[in-house]
Design a binder for this molecule. Structure first.
Ligand code: ZN
Length: 409
């Protein structure tokens, strides 16, 4: 059995409106953060953390856990605690998904409320469908962190772990034996980086392996980022929950999700998983919150027109075309990951222009029964993803205005 790694890469931008992180909790646990919405010069720092080798002990609990709606049991768990965390989501009736929030003490209630409302919207957009595997979509624990206040994040981490150890005693995440040896804080470096900076936004666990999802939300400087980051992260939960088999291995899950489409099958390939999450988050933020396509066009345009990752290698589009690499061979980490996210999102825009947004949901609704990522792709879109990628690369030779013209306006 392979030993799970914790690979952790973080970019910090000069004006970081948000970070996305997907911690894929599988055999490889990867996290990425993506800065957005900046025209400022970019400072990029990358930290790659050590291995949480003992995470293998967490290997898929024998799924006897049956998720429950917010129940008397949970209510009494909450009431018995000395502080207010966790709190149930109250902005809507989110059942049958159970959402509990752990809110750092310096996160304003108004910002907590936006996170709640964005999760409510994501349920309507992604989950309220016939094919949803509700059991695998719950529970979701949200850690709302103040990016400027690491101390409150470390305090919250301890409250969170007290809860996890009580409710999920088998979970590896808060087990002191699995602590990160490179953590320089007084905590466990779940809600901070090793050097003490507050963690970026991510989905940091999976229902299949951990019994629950942990959605870490780093605070943002503007409301829009709160909305589309939550829509991005909740889309990851939708993706992962599309696999109903609770006993699937981490490697099996990674294959279904398209993470094994690189030439090197040992590396996570984020183009599809992140490309869809990036595109869907900006698409639905524009459609549902702004009622215009301005935001979507601006965010997608930045991948064509800016050196988004501060690499000095040109725009994301130029970096992609100049690399000579297949889109699936861009990995998490370094300058690669922004290209995977950005051009992955453009590939999704290309597909949506040809086939419509609902096809994305159709893909996930048949993913498991199709037997694999590629089979589901062909069943949904008629041809292999490589066939579309070849066309996509030719499409990218068009002028920027022609490329932009496939977006809704
Ligand atoms: Zn993501």
């Amino acid at each position: 059995m392979q030993i799970p790694n914790c690979f952790h890469a973080t970019d910090t931008r000069a004006h970081p409106n948000h970070d996305f992180l997907l911690l894929i909790l599988l055999i490889v646990m990867s996290s990425i953060s993506v800065g957005c919405s900046s025209s400022d010069p970019v400072a990029t720092n990358e930290a790659v953390s050590a291995t949480l080798v003992k995470a293998e002990q967490a290997a898929a609990p024998q799924s006897t856990y049956a998720p429950s709606p917010i129940s008397e049991q949970v209510t009494s768990e909450i009431a018995a605690r000395s502080n207010q965390n966790p709190v149930a989501l109250t902005a809507c009736d989110i059942s049958p998904i159970e959402v509990l929030l752990f809110v750092a003490e310096t996160v304003p209630t108004r910002e907590q409320r936006i996170i709640e409302e964005a999760i409510c919207l994501s349920k309507q957009l992604y989950f309220d469908k016939d094919a949803t595997n509700w059991q695998m979509a719950t529970p979701v624990y949200v850690a709302a962190l103040n990016r400027y206040d690491p101390e409150s994040a470390i305090k919250l981490e301890s409250e969170y772990c007290e809860f996890i150890q009580h409710r999920h005693p088998e979970a590896w995440m808060c087990d002191p034996d699995n602590s990160n040896p490179n953590c320089e804080t007084d905590g466990l470096c779940l809600f901070t980086e090793e050097d003490g900076r507050v963690s970026g936004s991510s989905i940091s666990s999976s229902r299949h392996r951990d019994e629950f999802y942990l959605f870490i939300n780093q605070s943002h400087d503007d409301d829009a980022s709160y909305w589309y980051v939550a829509l991005h992260e909740m889309f990851h939960i939708y993706q992962i929950s599309s696999i109903a088999d609770p006993d699937i291995s981490g490697e099996g899950l990674a294959r279904f999700l398209g993470l094994r489409s690189a030439s090197n099958r040992e590396l996570d390939s984020p183009w599809w998983m992140e490309g869809t999450a990036v595109y869907m988050s900006h698409y639905y933020y524009s459609a549902e919150k702004e009622a215009t396509w301005e935001h979507l066009r601006r965010e997608m345009g930045r991948y064509l027109n800016t050196d988004y990752n501060g690499s000095g290698l040109g725009t994301i589009l130029e970096q992609y075309k100049g690399s000579g690499k297949h889109l699936a061979d861009f990995n998490y980490g370094g300058s690669d990951h922004q290209v995977a996210y950005g051009m992955g999102a453009w590939f999704v825009a290309y597909l949506v222009n040809l086939s419509g947004i609902d096809k994305i949901f159709e893909f996930y609704s048949i993913l498991e029964e199709s037997g694999g990522f590629e089979d589901a792709f062909v069943a949904t879109y008629g041809r292999s993803h490589n066939s579309y990628l070849t066309e996509f690369d030719l499409f990218l030779d068009k002028s920027k205005s022609e490329i932009m013209s496939i977006l809704p306006e």
